[in-house]
Write a protein that binds this ligand. Structure first.
Ligand code: ADP
Ligand code: MG
Length: 702
């Protein structure tokens, strides 16, 4: 149960004055929430910059282009002439050094007269400009009288905005929300508080929203850093709680004698790379120890994770137990099955698949065999975590591309057995410092080398104005027997401005088909599973040579004979995604080519992205660059990347806080794993505030 102390912060923003149903929608959008945001969501929306209102020059000394606060007397009004509502309402005011025009466009009748009564003294704050030799302020941000001046913030926070929501509305809501802030207990240990010179959370929130110094809102300063630490700490603590829950009861060992594994290795047509061998050994060691495995197998696309995963499952089968491999999409699950099947058959391992497509009697049969222990390894999608999927002895859960799954889904699979070992496969290379943030205290195996014989990929950027040449080149490629992917962005064509140039995969398919006939195929996410498979199978067999696809081929799909890829509107894709996509080629022994078709003009970030992707094929380097390029506005963990969200902590600024937050979480787990007593209560508050309370039911009430 949420500590009652927090209730005021979980009130909806619509409970604030001036936030009605219309603002509700805007605030949802601003704060990226599906439901009406709560005050806590608002308070954790931090400013992006400040306006300094401390300059108090006379009119004569006001510097155009700067923000000034002037003390003026109102002389006269010149309202918009009747019938010419586009002409501004101008107020003439002065001090004893000169005149200033205060200009209002589309003002409500009477509003300006009330705000600036003739003959009265007012303090007016805004950006000064010169207009026809006279000082002017268009729409002053603030107009106050003597009493108002005392309350006028010297420095105003500025927030990232959303269309239709004025900065003033956000500020007014924020000021109210701050008054609702209860006196929160301290959850950070005194040592860390002191070492990092952190203020209390209350002070941190007040100072970022009501800055007293220009630097108060900087992410690297102590106020923001305190909030970033809290966010990281909450994340680490939640992970630690989950992990503690996953300890294996002493004595269980989940690896056999290696006999089946050597059969798999014999049946595998290639020699394992050194890092595949190392990873397989580390996993087998973990499995045979009486503690629970929590290991991340990280390897760039095409590095050969599947066979390592299969070896892990085989070790478990040798010990007479079952494994499950869960992939985020059906295509991926089937892809795994395709790699695994021939090897498993050679070793006498029983493998089955379970996705949304297996239904009725077929599904019933699979479930019965699974429960009877007749299946050693089941490959599948989310379908694996449904309630009626029961294992006889699940000992190993392998989760592919796990950042697409939430904590709940990960837990759901491991709960289907006792003290289940966990192996996570990730093709998204994550810089070391970040692994901690996403996966907590996990062991890591890396597949750094590509299997031998891989050819480098020649990557080129081509403006879309030269699409005709590109199509000609593709024609020559398929005439000479090559297989080609043509990737289109996911977005459907819409009326709205700006994205008209995006090509719908279906449209592109139609134009290419007109030219190349039945050699062209189409695969996209809206197609039925079996239809997708059919098309993929035809492409693998070479019956289709040019496959138009959306990003459904992004991960895992494996057709080694494909050697050319065109990525249309490449500027729309993120770096990681481009790298993932490109990883679909360059898998065989033939040289490959990737063409990035971009729509002009390119903005700066897109230019930089395309440059990086042309220059390197090293997934780790690309991940670092990605982080650097996204550093600015877009913090890791946005919807687009699908990684678990961190809104306040910025890896490039708060990187060194990650390890400290982890240590702090580990100390808590040592001293107070059930979060009891006063500190425990404080820590529970922390988990609720940062929405990491998912793990709390695991340990019960404090
Ligand atoms: P990913 O790490 O992207 O999941 P996969 O496991 O799908 O990579 O492997 C990609 C391709 O490389 C597959 O066709 C696989 O059979 C092949 N492969 C895996 N290991 C090796 C190896 N040691 N030598 C040659 N090819 C390999
Ligand atoms: Mg794979």
């Amino acid at each position: 149960m949420r500590p009652a102390l927090l209730n005021p912060l979980f009130a909806p923003v619509t409970s604030l004055q001036g936030v009605g149903p219309k603002q509700d929608k805007l605030f949802r959008y601003l704060l990226d929430r599906e439901q009406t945001p709560r005050l806590v969501d608002l308070l954790l929306h931090l400013p992006s910059s400040v306006i300094d209102r401390r300059a108090r020059p006379t009119i004569r000394d006001a510097v155009p282009g700067t923000v000034v606060t002037l003390e003026v007397t109102v002389d006269r009004h010149r309202p918009s002439p009747p019938g010419r509502s586009k002409a501004p309402h101008v107020v003439y005011a002065s001090d004893n050094t000169g005149d200033v025009m205060l200009t209002y466009f589309r003002a409500q009748p009477g509003y300006v007269e009330k705000l600036l009564p003739v003959g009265e003294k007012r303090y007016v704050s805004g950006t000064a400009q010169m207009f026809d030799g006279t000082l002017q302020i268009v729409h002053p941000d603030r107009v106050v009288d003597e009493t108002g001046l005392a309350k006028l913030p010297q420095i105003d926070a500025v927030y990232p905005l959303t269309e239709g929501l004025a900065i003033g509305s956000i500020r007014r809501a924020m000021v109210q929300a701050l008054t609702k802030l209860p006196d929160l207990p301290e959850w950070i240990s005194p040592e860390v508080l002191q070492r990092c010179s952190f203020p209390s959370i209350g002070e941190a929130l007040h100072r970022v929203h009501e800055p007293q110094e220009l630097t108060d809102i900087l992410p690297q300063e102590k106020f923001w850093s305190r909030l970033a630490f809290d966010e990281l700490f909450a994340g680490q603590l939640a992970l630690a709680l989950v992990r503690a829950q996953l300890r294996r009861p002493a004595g269980i060992r989940n690896a056999g004698n290696g006999k089946l594994r050597s059969k798999i290795i014999d049946a595998f047509p290639y020699a394992l790379t050194a890092s595949q061998q190392e990873a397989a050994k580390a996993i087998a060691d973990d499995l045979s120890k009486p503690i629970r495995m929590l290991r991340l197998l990280q390897g760039d696309v095409g590095s050969g994770k599947t066979v390592v995963a299969l070896l892990a499952a085989t070790a478990v089968a040798e010990a007479g137990k079952q494994s499950a491999l869960m992939a985020p999409t059906e295509i991926l699950a089937r892809q795994h099955l395709k790699t695994i099947m021939p090897l498993a058959e050679a070793a006498g391992l029983n493998v089955a698949i379970l996705t949304g497509r297996e239904k009725g009697k077929e599904r019933k049969d699979i479930l019965a065999r699974l429960e009877a222990g007749e299946i050693d390894l089941i490959v599948g999608t989310h379908a694996l975590i449904q309630d009626d999927v029961i294992f006889r002895s699940l000992a190993l859960a392998i989760v592919d591309e796990q950042h697409r799954f939430g904590v709940r889904e990960r837990l759901a699979l491991t709960e289907k057995g006792e003290a289940v070992d966990v192996l996570v496969l990730s093709a998204t290379p994550i810089p070391r410092t970040l692994v901690l943030t996403y996966f907590g205290d996990m062991d890591i195996s890396e597949l750094r080398e590509k299997p031998a014989g891989r050819q480098p990929i020649d990557t080129r950027a081509v403006p879309k104005s030269r699409i005709a040449e590109t199509v000609d080149a593709i024609g020559r490629a398929i005439d000479s027997g090559k297989r080609v992917y043509w990737i289109c962005p996911l977005v459907e064509e819409t009326e709205s401005e700006g994205i008209e140039h995006l090509t719908n995969a279906t449209k592109r398919f139609e134009t290419l088909q007109k030219r190349f006939g039945s050699r062209v195929g189409l695969v996209h996410g809206q197609m039925k599973g079996t239809d997708k498979d059919d098309v993929m199978a035809q492409f693998a067999a070479g019956d289709i040579q040019l496959l138009v696809a959306t990003t459904v081929v992004e991960v895992g799909v494996d057709v080694p004979q494909a050697t050319v890829m065109v990525i249309e509107n490449a500027e729309r894709f993120g770096l990681a995604q481009l790298h993932q996509l490109r990883g679909r080629i360059g898998r065989g022994s033939e040289a490959s080519t990737c063409i990035l078709l971009y729509h002009e003009p390119l903005n700066e970030t897109a230019t930089a992205r395309l440059k990086v992707i042309r220059e390197t094929n090293d997934g780790f380097r690309i991940a670092e660059e990605d982080l650097r390029l996204r550093g600015e506005g877009e913090v890791l963990g946005t919807r687009q990347s699908g990684l678990p969200g961190y809104k306040i902590a910025r890896p490039e600024i708060h990187g060194q806080l990650i390890a400290q937050a982890r240590d702090e979480a580990l100390r808590v787990m040592q001293d107070n794993p059930r979060l009891t007593g006063e500190r425990g209560e404080a820590l529970r508050c922390l988990l609720y505030l940062y929405e990491r309370d998912e793990a709390l039911p695991l340990i019960g009430a404090g």
